[in-house]
Design a protein around this ligand. Structure first.
Ligand SMILES: *[C@@H]1O[C@H](CO)[C@@H](O)[C@H](O)[C@H]1NC(C)=O
Ligand SMILES: *[C@@H]1O[C@H](CO)[C@@H](O)[C@H](O)[C@H]1NC(C)=O
Length: 331
C-alpha cells in the first residue's frame, strides 16, 4: 500500500530532477569518425552510420585492412546524398597526441569537422595477474585509454565551438565488474567510465553528448586473438553472458549515440549490469530513472548470486589445478 503511494511521489520527483535529452542527432550529412574502424564493432558502427547517411572516416593501424573496410562500408552508403563518401586514416591512436591531432586535422580538411567520434580502437588480454607481463598493462592502457583520450582531445574544441557533437567510448562489461583474468584490461575499461562521466559534465552546455557502451563478449577478430593466454576461469565466467555479434552491438550503440543516451548496454546481462552499476551516471529519461530506482535493490541480490556462481567456478578450477600437484607430492 505504502509502495503504491510512494511510486507516484518518486515519479514526480524524478520528473523534476531528471535532465532533458540533447536534440536528436541527424546522421545525414554528418561526419562520423570511427577508430578501430577496420574490423569488429568499429567496422559495423561505420556501416550503420553510412546506412543512415553519414560521411565516414575510418581510423586504424593497418592500411591494407582499412582499404578492405572502406570498400565494405561503401556498399552501405545511402547513395541518395550528393557527396557521401568514406575515407581512411592509417594511424596508431596511441602513438602520441601530436600524431593523432595531425592525422585528424588532415581528414577534417577533406570531410569537414568531425561531428561524431566513436572510439572503438581497443585491445584485450586475459591472463592471471602475476603472469601478465608489466608491458601488457602499459600496452592496454595506452591503446584503450590514452588512444581514446588523444582522439577525443583532437575533436572536442571544434565541437564545442560549433555547439554540435557526439563522443562515444567503448568500454566493456569488464568495465562494470571485475572478471577473473582481466586485471589489465578491466582497469582500462573502468578508466574510460571515469573519463566519460567527467567529460559529459563539461560538454553538456554545448549541445553535445557522451555515450559509453558496455558491450558483452562480441564475436570479433580481437575477441578470438586473446584466446591463447585466456585462463579457463575467464572463459567459463564469460560464457554465462553469451557471445553477441558485432552488428547487434554496433546498431544498439549507434541508436543510443543518436538519442544522446549516456549508458549503452546490450542483452539481459547488459540490462542487469547497467542498472546495477549506474551509480552517478547521468540519465535523461524519466522512464529509465524510475526503473533504476526500483530495480537497484533487487538487482543487488541477482549480482550477489552471480558473484557466488563465479566463486564456485574459480574454486572448482583451483581444485583442479591443485590436484595434480597433490598427486606429485604423494609419489
Ligand atoms: C537531416 O539532414 C538532412 C541534410 O541536412 C536533411 O535533408 C534532412 O531533412 C534531415 N532530417 C531530419 C529528420 O531532420
Ligand atoms: C535499465 O533498464 C532499462 C529497462 O530495460 C534500460 O532501458 C536502461 O538502459 C537500463 N539502464 C542502464 C543505465 O543500463
Amino acid at each position: 500500500m505504502l509502495f503504491l503511494i510512494l511510486i507516484p511521489v518518486v515519479i514526480v520527483v524524478l520528473v523534476l530532477i531528471v535532465s532533458s535529452r540533447p536534440s536528436r542527432l541527424n546522421l545525414t550529412g554528418a561526419h562520423v569518425m570511427v577508430t578501430g574502424g577496420s574490423s569488429g564493432i568499429g567496422l559495423e558502427v561505420a556501416k550503420e552510420c553510412a546506412r543512415q547517411g553519414g560521411f565516414v572516416s575510418l581510423v586504424a593501424r593497418n592500411e591494407q585492412r582499412l582499404k578492405q573496410a572502406k570498400s565494405e562500408v561503401e556498399e552501405h552508403l545511402k547513395g541518395g546524398g550528393d557527396r557521401q563518401c568514406v575515407t581512411i586514416l592509417p594511424l596508431d591512436v596511441s602513438e602520441s597526441y601530436g600524431k593523432v591531432q595531425e592525422g585528424i586535422r588532415k581528414v577534417e580538411e577533406k570531410l569537414g569537422p568531425v561531428d561524431v567520434l566513436v572510439n572503438c580502437a581497443g585491445v584485450s588480454h586475459a591472463e592471471v595477474f602475476e603472469d601478465t607481463p608489466a608491458e601488457k598493462f602499459e600496452w592496454l592502457m595506452k591503446i584503450n585509454y590514452l588512444g581514446s583520450v588523444y582522439c577525443t582531445k583532437a575533436v572536442v574544441s571544434g565541437m564545442k565551438l560549433r555547439k554540435k557533437g557526439r563522443i562515444a567510448f567503448v568500454s566493456s562489461q569488464a568495465g562494470q565488474t571485475g572478471v577473473f583474468g582481466y586485471t589489465g584490461y578491466a582497469a582500462t575499461k573502468f578508466a574510460l567510465r571515469g573519463l566519460a562521466e567527467t567529460l559529459q559534465m563539461e560538454i553538456k552546455p554545448y549541445n553535445m553528448a557522451v555515450t559509453i557502451s558496455f558491450p558483452p563478449d562480441t564475436d570479433t577478430p580481437g575477441f578470438h586473438s586473446e584466446d591463447d593466454t585466456k585462463p579457463e576461469e575467464t572463459r567459463l565466467i564469460s560464457e554465462t553472458a553469451g557471445l553477441f555479434s558485432a552488428e547487434v552491438v554496433a546498431k544498439s550503440l549507434v541508436r543510443d549515440i543518436v538519442r544522446g543516451e549516456f549508458v549503452n548496454t546490450i542483452g539481459l546481462d547488459g540490462f542487469i549490469l547497467g542498472n546495477l552499476t549506474v551509480g552517478m551516471a547521468p540519465c535523461n529519461s524519466v522512464v529509465s530513472a524510475t526503473l533504476q530506482v526500483i530495480l537497484m535493490s533487487p538487482l543487488r541480490i541477482v549480482a550477489l548470486a552471480y558473484l557466488k556462481s563465479f566463486d564456485v567456478i574459480v574454486a572448482k578450477c583451483a581444485r583442479k589445478k591443485d590436484l595434480p600437484e597433490a598427486d606429485d607430492k604423494l609419489q
